[in-house]
Design a protein around this ligand. Structure first.
Ligand code: BV8
Length: 231
């Protein structure tokens, strides 16, 4: 039991009770904006200022002092610290709430809101201010070359090989707070099942698109379900 290898995937639902919007809930981000206008490379090429504004709005929301890790983030950080076996935490979220909860390591497969990437030198730098089309790269000093360090639709998510290797070897796959709409993350449960021994668990507010693929499903707010599952 104690040497079981665990892969955990989190989505926007784990940060909802910290005050951050999800995407596909009735009050979610995609209820107000179109993916094509703010979360694709084409949108950025067409209207970079509008895309910067979208992420500046979300960055200022994340940096609001009222936004803090919740009991679900904290429970996962404790699991990572206490579990003797391997625990790989993969998040689709671009917030830093897992880190602030004390998670020692994680993969941000869709990038990070508090980082900037320079299209000139390729560097990735911490970034907490508003970003504009005139922002200067902290590494090379170029101007007009920064984008937020996130994975847009049509772009390859980060560290996929490391994630697939962990899914092929895991004994337990837990999906938390994600609607199962976005690939390749939505396909991870099938990858885990494909290794022939993983137990698969969905912890969500309501059944996701891929709920039927999970061996065990528990529904309710993450701040209740995740600590109960981890303890
Ligand atoms: C790619 C950017 C390929 C940063 C995001 C099949 C295979 C491969 C790709 C595709 C495919 N089919 C379609 C595609 C294309 C596309 C895709 O999946 N489209 C969807 C819409 C059909 N995928 C891609 O483009 C991906 N790239 O595949 O590249 C490739 C191959 C070769 C070479 C190059 C490229 C890239 C996907 C990443 C896109 N970027 N984010 C940002 O702005 O945030 S994804 C976006 O959706 C979000 O960022 C988020 O990360 C992601 C998933 O959303 P969720 O986290 O699940 O949030 P959601 O609101 O949907 O659900 C929240 C859930 O929480 C709900 O179920 C709710 O009930 C629950 N909840 C609410 N409150 C609580 C709660 N649960 C618990 N407690 C609560 N209190």
């Amino acid at each position: 039991m104690k040497d079981r290898r665990i892969v955990i995937l989190t989505g926007a639902g784990i940060s909802k009770e910290s005050g951050l919007d999800t995407f596909r809930d009735p009050d979610g981000i995609w209820a107000r904006l179109r993916i094509e206008d703010v979360a694709t490379p084409e949108a950025f090429a067409r209207a970079p200022g509008r895309v910067h504004d979208f992420y500046n709005y979300r960055r200022s929301g994340l940096l609001d002092p009222a936004v803090a890790p919740n009991a679900a983030h904290l429970a996962l950080a404790r699991l990572q610290q206490d579990w003797p076996g391997e625990v790989l935490l993969v998040t689709q979220n671009i917030d830093d709430l897992h880190e602030r909860a004390g998670s020692p390591a994680l993969i941000h497969m869709h990038g990070e809101l508090l980082k900037a990437r320079c299209l000139a030198c390729g560097s990735v730098s911490p970034w907490r201010e508003a970003m504009t089309v005139d922002s200067l790269c902290p590494a090379c000093g170029a101007d007009g070359t920064l984008r937020v360090h996130v994975v847009w639709f049509g772009e390859m998510p980060l560290e996929m090989e490391r994630i697939y290797d962990a899914l092929a070897a895991c004994d337990l796959f837990v999906s938390i707070g994600t609607s199962g709409n976005v690939y390749p993350a939505a396909g991870f449960v099938a990858e885990a099942r494909g290794n022939g021994r993983a137990h698969t668990v969905e912890l969500n507010l309501e059944p996701s698109e891929s709920h039927s693929l999970f061996a065990e499903c528990r529904y309710g707010p993450a701040t209740q379900q995740v600590p109960a599952f981890v303890e």
